[in-house]
Design a protein around this ligand. Structure first.
Ligand SMILES: [Zn+2]
Length: 301
C-alpha cells in the first residue's frame, strides 16, 4: 500500500516537474494548521516526512503571517507551543505584510495567480486548499490526515487542464520544429541524392579502370555491377532493333528507291568499288527509279 502510494506521488510530482518546471529542492510552504498537526502527531522530523512524501529534497518555509498565526495560539497548549518552536527552524518566507493579514490570503498572495515560484503547499486548512485547487494551476497540495499520515492530493482539474494546454503547446512547438527539421532533412536528402547521383559515376569509373586492370579480384565486383546493368532493357534492345530493320526493309516494299538502294549496296559489297562511287551511283539510281532500270544501266551512264 505504501509502495503503491509512493509510486502515485512520484508520478504526480513528475508531472509537475515536466509541465510546471518544478525542481529540487522543492519549496514547501507550511501553514500554521499544518505545523500544529505535525506537532500534534508528534512528528519530530517534519523535513524527512515531507521529503518522503514528495520523494525528493525539500525546503520547508513559513510566511511571516503564518508565524503570527502560530504565535497567537502559542499559549493555548503544549502542541501549539511546539509548533512555534518547530516553525522557527524553517526558512522564513518574507511576504511583506507589515501588519499580518489573514493567513489564507497571505499564502494565496505569496503563491500568486500562477505559482511562478513553484511552491508546494502543505496546509491543513481545507478552505485554502480548495481555493488553490479552483484558482491556481500547478500547486501540489499536501495535508496531514487524522492518523498523522501526510497525504498528497490528486491533481486538481484546473491543473490537469493547464497541463494539457502546456502539453499541446509543446507539441505544437515540436511540430513546428519538426516541420522545420523535416524541411532541413528534405534539403539534406536532396543534397544526398545529388551526391549519390555523382557517387555511382565515381564508382563506375574505378570499376571501368579495374576492368582494364588485369587483377581479377578487382574486376569481380564491377563486372557483376555491369552484368546487373546489362540486365536492364537498354542493352538487348539495340541488338533486337537492328535485325528487324535489316529483315523488315526487304520484306516491306516501302519505296522503289529503297529497293534500288539495297540492290546497289549489295552490288557494292560484291564489287570492290569506293564509297564515293557508291553514293554517286545511289544518287543516279534514285533518278532512274522511275524507269525501273537495273543498276548496271545506272553505272554505264
Ligand atoms: Zn503575509
Amino acid at each position: 500500500m505504501r509502495q503503491k502510494r509512493a509510486k502515485i506521488y512520484r508520478k504526480l510530482l513528475h508531472k509537475y516537474v515536466l509541465h510546471f518546471g518544478f525542481r529540487e529542492p522543492y519549496q514547501v510552504l507550511i501553514d500554521s494548521a499544518f505545523a500544529q498537526s505535525l506537532s500534534k502527531q508528534k512528528i519530530d522530523e517534519p523535513l524527512k516526512r515531507v521529503a518522503d512524501v514528495i520523494q525528493a529534497k525539500a525546503k520547508l518555509m513559513v510566511t511571516q503571517c503564518s508565524m503570527v498565526a502560530l504565535y497567537k495560539q502559542e499559549k493555548e497548549g503544549e502542541y501549539q507551543k511546539r509548533a512555534v518552536q518547530m516553525a522557527k527552524t524553517w526558512e522564513r518566507r518574507m511576504c511583506n505584510h507589515k501588519d499580518a493579514i489573514d493567513e489564507c490570503d497571505c499564502l494565496a498572495s505569496v503563491i500568486g495567480p500562477t505559482n511562478k515560484h513553484r511552491y508546494v503547499l502543505a496546509s491543513d486548512q481545507p478552505r485554502l486548499r480548495r481555493k488553490l485547487r479552483v484558482g491556481v494551476p500547478g500547486v501540489p497540495l499536501i495535508h496531514c490526515n487524522q492518523t498523522g499520515v501526510l497525504v498528497m492530493e490528486p491533481m486538481s482539474d484546473l491543473t490537469a487542464r493547464k497541463m494539457l494546454q502546456v502539453e499541446q503547446a509543446k507539441l505544437a512547438l515540436a511540430h513546428k520544429e519538426g516541420s522545420a527539421n523535416a524541411a532541413a532533412a528534405a534539403a539534406a536528402a536532396a543534397a544526398a541524392l545529388v551526391s549519390s547521383g555523382d557517387s555511382p559515376l565515381a564508382d563506375d569509373t574505378p570499376g571501368a579502370r579495374s576492368v582494364n586492370t588485369p587483377s581479377l579480384g578487382a574486376i569481380a565486383q564491377p563486372a557483376q555491377a555491369q552484368a546487373k546493368k546489362r540486365k536492364g532493357p537498354k542493352q538487348p534492345n539495340p541488338l533486337s532493333m537492328r535485325k528487324p530493320k535489316q529483315k523488315a526493309a526487304p520484306q516491306q516494299p516501302k519505296s522503289q528507291a529503297e529497293v534500288v538502294g539495297v540492290k546497289r549496296k549489295r552490288e557494292s559489297a560484291d564489287g570492290p568499288e569506293s564509297s564515293a562511287k557508291d553514293s554517286a551511283a545511289f544518287g543516279k539510281s534514285k533518278r532512274r527509279k522511275r524507269g525501273k532500270g537495273d543498276a548496271q544501266g545506272a553505272q554505264t551512264e
